[in-house]
Design a protein around this ligand. Structure first.
Ligand code: HEM
Length: 148
């Protein structure tokens, strides 16, 4: 079992933690926003753990870039859909999504009202989630499960 295989499996599996936390954070924020609920310490923790999971996935992804045979810079990179996807498209889109989560988290922390906190996370985390799903589908990767 190679180091590449271990890191790839970790990255592939870690997506479920990111998905699950994002979905919980989005649902609690929309319910809190529309239901005019008070923003609790639990809400804050869920938002924080979602941010941490996204950043962890980023770090694993960076390591994977050095190991993956699909990440390569040469004259053929852009001609092949798989190498183009993993060398350029996948990480750029995912970094944008993770940035959206980071901005949403820090903006919501600065909001004074519960409504403002819930609304900010609802918008930014949903945009990030949609972007992540689109990026995975655009790479012809299964949303659930592994390709290779
Ligand atoms: C929330 C963010 C992310 C999610 C949900 C995600 C998800 C995935 C998935 C599902 C795969 C396919 C794994 C498989 O074939 O079994 C993959 C592969 C890959 N990801 Fe990500 N990814 C994310 C962020 C990133 C970032 C930020 C980077 C780089 C900085 C990155 C680099 C890679 C690389 C290089 C591969 C190719 C692995 C291979 O050799 O097959 N990912 N990612």
């Amino acid at each position: 079992m190679s180091f590449y295989f271990i890191i790839k499996s970790l990255h592939s599996g870690f997506r479920y933690i990111v998905f699950l936390l994002l979905i919980i954070a989005i649902i609690q924020s929309i319910l809190g926003w529309l239901g005019k609920k008070p923003f609790t310490a639990i809400n804050q923790k869920v938002n924080l753990f979602t941010l941490i999971s996204a950043h962890t996935q980023l770090l694993i992804g960076i390591v994977l870039c050095f190991l993956s045979p699909y990440v390569q810079w040469n004259s053929e990179t852009m001609k092949n859909a798989t190498t183009r996807y993993f060398t350029v498209e996948h990480w750029v889109m995912m970094v944008v999504a993770i940035t959206l989560i980071t901005i949403g988290y820090s903006k919501s922390k600065k909001k004074a009202t519960s409504e403002g906190k819930f609304k900010t996370v609802s918008i930014f985390y949903t945009l990030a989630f949609v972007l992540i799903v689109i990026t995975i589908l655009a790479g012809h990767l299964p949303l659930l499960g592994s390709t290779k």
